[in-house]
Design a protein around this ligand. Sequence first.
Ligand code: S3P
Length: 175
Amino acid sequence: MKTNIALIGFMGVGKTAVGKVLAKELDRMFIELDALIEQRAGKTIREIFVHHGEMAFRELEIEVTKEVSEGKNVVIACGGGIVLNQVNIDRLRQKSIIVYLTASPAVILKRILPDGRQRPLLQGANPSLAVQELLRFRRPLYERAADITVNTSKIDVGAVVKRIVEKIKEDEGLN
Ligand code: S3P
């Protein structure tokens, strides 16, 4: 029985902004995995990466995803790297419809550069190249995980939410 929606996709596609509105619309609780990880660790995502490394972050991500994926009636905004460990997707899929939000690399860059310092994976000299390379590697993983895909490049949050609700109705629907 699927009563949850999990939002996946690259940094900057709007998972958090869309998730909050979608949760309100569907009268479900909103959970942001990164925020939960920060709460548990008592550190920001950036601090976890800097002090303990990406592997430690991914372990926390797996732990928190396991817990959250067992819940009911929640909208879950996942971190951009959730697909790197297939176990996360396998667990989410049991009770969640997986919605993949996309955007063009140019739109992604425009959205994430203003708070670029908060994005540990884009700290190098060439964030634009980093986005392209990460996207090339991850795109097939997102596509394989997705039940529903919505391109957010040219539409606002409200319109994205509307598309998601329509597509869910067209498909299997929520329990
Ligand atoms: C990451 C994306 C971030 C955060 C962490 C790693 C990634 O989440 O989980 O910095 O690997 O793409 P957002 O997608 O919410 O920015």
